[in-house]
Design a protein around this ligand. Structure first.
Ligand code: IVH
Length: 677
């Protein structure tokens, strides 16, 4: 059947759109649409090309992987193309893939290796005589960018391979990514400075790796996992992917511990469900899982298609981005009085939950992204983080929209609002007179990362304040179960639970306590830095601004804020009352009972060069670790020396973390300093 004109027009339009989005995604790190919408465009084009093969063009985006690299870095021609992956969006898609594979290789069940699909960017690493000589991005799959200098700053990537037995020249392929924690901190800092924030960890990783100044890359703390090989001597390849990864691990290359060997379709789908359930607990972002036929001989039989191998498929998680409309913008007052604009949205289902609100962070962000009431926007939900508006779809902007302005008075207490020069936030000037600030400061004190008072949530705090049970956080520790459980207050059981949670929260750490106080500018990390620098509360209280500024990451503004906080008599009085009520921590962590490796099980295989296995065992044991002879699924770490045995293959099959001697020494070193603190 000849293709109708409408199909040709549609294919042309789709190609043009896909190229546009490729450019925004790969080159500008500034996508216009969500991944799901992009995938839809690509799938539609693929379908048309499948139905009418005469419409396929040589340069159709379905034949290519991305776009040509920016001109900033030297171009690198890949000796073997860096392929992409086909996507599966449903269990049926995976079943169809498995069927195709089984038919081609004539097997009843196929063994796969199942891996997390990391949301970062693919890189190729060339090692010659064990030394990292070149690192390149994927680019368009054929030509990438030479990012060797930047990759050298990534600590996970060995500059020199460990152990021995590696080929003279080899190419490792894997994913560079930005751990979620670093991503959030990077964006927080950018937001404080009024700079552009990255949309997701992948854009942040890509933006950080493609920096002309390697120092910037180094500061961004990127991570890396290897997942395959490029150029590699054929006679040195083991039989299966898992054995190759075991070799990589023994040379000090990081291999993801979630990787598992699974059997057939059922094994794949079971893996998918488990990973989907724990994706938010992983320290890095994943957008699906990848299944690969494990045997290299079968991979060769299956071969590769135009842009992806036939022996692998990516099974994508449901989209966590979607589009919806902003119906209103309201203002919330936080603990420090900061007024946060919040977008009210037409309810939209993203990644398993219905989203109705998205934070807009501050008025600067609303204006930078030019978000107006009535706009259609892309919403992103990452883990348990509050949903965010990624961008406005300008093409869908209605003729009449309303521009948001910050109110001149606090919407809760009516005090004047103030904007401090150099600060992004507009604040309510009411202080603790403002019921919103008062309540939020108590909520913060009780929160999980602060004093961790279980069960003391929003509603309960409202009740305690409304009934005049508490005024300051110190009053919390004066509550009694009997008083709380009187008629018309709360049930006996809830009252008992709260009192017990309060009692438990008293044993804390200096860092948590400092964080709980809610000193402006002292977040969780700064609180930890302060605690490990000064050791005692007395030292921090007595420190002058200069001494405070000597601490890494504390600048003049935060030093002043800390100094001023400890000069306010009412703050000192609340601290006194808290300590009197029994809030306590170990100023020097106890040695016994808090051994850093307590509860961890180690197995050692192969020979170590800096000590004997017995010595390593003794050292690990003094730090609280258990060292066993044989490996099992509950082993936490396998330490690999030279010439490791079959334990390594098992470790990889079971997802036991594999560490080399260098990492072991590092771990012993770090754990040792922890016990001495
Ligand atoms: S294998 C020929 N394994 O996904 C095989 N890729 O959509 C190609 N990715 O370019 C890569 N995690 O950037 C593979 N465990 C994994 C991966 C993975 C993430 C990325 C990689 C690739 C893209 C394809």
């Amino acid at each position: 059947m000849r293709a109708p004109d409408s199909a040709k027009q549609r294919a042309d339009y789709l190609r043009q759109q896909i190229e546009l989005h490729n450019r925004h995604y790969y080159q500008l790190d500034d996508p216009l649409i969500s991944d799901a919408e992009y995938d839809q465009l690509l799938r539609e084009l693929q379908q048309i090309e499948q139905d009418y093969p005469e419409l396929v063009t040589q340069d159709s985006p379905t034949r290519r992987v991305g776009v040509a690299p920016l001109k900033l870095f030297a171009a690198v021609r890949h000796e073997l193309p860096m392929l992409s992956l086909e996507n599966a969006f449903s269990e049926q898609d995976v079943a169809a893939f498995d069927r195709r594979v089984r038919e081609r290789v004539q097997l009843e069940t196929v063994e796969y290796i199942a891996e997390p699909k990391l949301d970062g960017l693919a890189v190729s690493l060339i090692y010659e005589r064990g030394r990292l000589v070149r690192a390149a991005t994927r680019g368009d799959g054929h030509t990438g960018e030479d990012v060797t200098q930047n990759v050298r700053t990534i600590r996970d990537i060995p500059l020199k391979l460990a152990g021995e037995g590696y080929p003279e020249r080899l190419e490792i392929r894997g994913e560079v990514f930005m751990p979620k924690k670093n991503f959030l901190a990077l964006n927080d800092r950018a937001r404080e400075r009024g700079e552009k924030v990255f949309m997701n960890p992948r854009n942040a990783a890509s933006g950080s790796l493609r920096q002309l100044d390697p120092k910037i890359t180094a500061a961004r703390r990127l991570g890396f996992f290897c997942y395959g090989h490029g150029i590699y001597p054929a006679d040195r390849l083991p039989e299966r992917q898992q054995e190759l990864l075991a070799q990589f691990a023994s040379w000090g290359l990081p291999v993801n511990r979630e990787i598992e060997v699974v059997q057939g379709l059922a094994g794949c789908l079971d893996y998918y469900r488990r990973l989907l359930a724990c994706r938010h607990d992983l320290p890095y972002e994943i957008d699906g899982v990848v299944y690969k036929v494990s045997r290299f001989s079968l991979q060769a039989k299956l071969g590769v298609g135009a842009r992806a191998p036939r022996w692998a498929i990516a099974h994508k998680f449901p989209a966590e981005e979607s589009t919806t409309r902003v119906t209103a913008i309201t203002v919330q007052v936080g603990r420090t009085g900061a007024l946060t604009p919040v977008a009210c949205l037409e309810p939209v289902f993203i990644g398993g939950v219905t989203v109705t609100h998205a934070t807009l962070h501050n008025v600067g962000e609303v204006h930078r992204k030019d978000i107006r009431i009535g706009d259609t926007v892309v919403i992103r939900r990452a883990g348990d983080v509050i949903p965010e508006i990624v961008k406005v779809i300008l093409e869908k902007r209605p003729a009449r929209t309303e521009i948001f302005t910050m109110p001149a008075r606090c919407p809760v207490c009516g005090s004047d609002t103030i904007s401090i020069p150099g600060e992004a936030a507009v604040r309510c000037s009411g202080g603790l007179f403002c019921p919103a600030q008062h309540k939020e400061s108590i909520k913060h004190f009780a929160s999980r990362k602060a004093m961790d008072i279980e069960g003391l949530g929003d509603k309960l705090i409202d009740q305690l304040l409304a009934k005049n049970f508490i005024r300051t956080v110190a009053d919390l520790y004066r509550l009694s179960a009997d008083e709380l459980a009187r008629p018309d207050r709360m049930g006996k059981k809830s009252a008992d639970n709260l009192i017990q949670a309060l009692e438990r929260s008293k044993q804390t750490t200096l860092a948590r306590f400092l964080y709980a106080l809610g000193i402006r500018g002292v977040g969780e990390i700064t609180a930890q830095t302060l605690a490990s620098h000064f050791h005692t509360l007395e030292n921090i209280k007595n420190a002058d601004e200069k001494a405070l500024q000597d601490v890494a990451d504390i600048g003049p503004a935060i030093a002043r804020s800390i100094f001023t906080f400890f000069r306010q008599p009412h703050n000192l009085e609340v601290i006194r009352q808290l300590l009197e009520a029994g809030v306590r921590w170990d100023e020097a962590p106890a040695r016994v009972g808090s051994l850093p490796l307590r509860g961890r099980t180690f197995v050692i295989t192969g020979s170590l060069s800096s000590m004997t296995r017995e010595e390593a065992k003794a050292k690990l044991q003094t730090l609280g670790a258990k060292v066993t002879e044989s490996i099992s699924q509950s082993t936490d770490y396998l330490v690999v020396g030279a010439a490791p045995g079959s334990k390594l293959t098992k470790a990889l099959e079971w997802g036991v973390e594999v560490i080399d001697e260098k990492k072991l020494l590092h771990l012993l070193d770090r754990s040792d300093t922890q016990t001495q603190q």
